[in-house]
Design a protein around this ligand. Structure first.
Ligand SMILES: [Zn+2]
Length: 87
């Protein structure tokens, strides 16, 4: 969770978007990470967890993350929105 929080702080430090960071793990290894880039990219779909999923898919060279786990964090210590869907 600390890495997701670090991502969130990195994003707001750069002015990329809202205070949301996310990490995707598979078999206890980080395969993707990201933070909110809505403002940077001018794209409302660039939530932290979506950026982490994109990174995981790029790194894994796959479009399925069915066996991966998502850990999202924001600086307000609330769960990321995708966690509300799956947890
Ligand atoms: Zn989201």
């Amino acid at each position: 969770m600390q890495i997701a929080l670090d991502e969130a702080y990195n994003g707001i430090g750069n002015g990329d978007g809202g205070p949301f960071g996310s990490v995707i793990t598979k078999e206890n290894h980080i395969i993707g990470r990201g933070h909110n880039r809505v403002l940077k990219n001018g794209d409302p779909t660039c939530h932290g967890e979506m950026e982490a999923i994109r990174d995981a898919c790029r790194n894994s060279k796959t479009i399925t993350a069915a066996t991966a786990s998502n850990f999202s964090k924001n600086t307000n210590k609330e769960k990321g929105c995708i966690n509300y869907l799956y947890n």
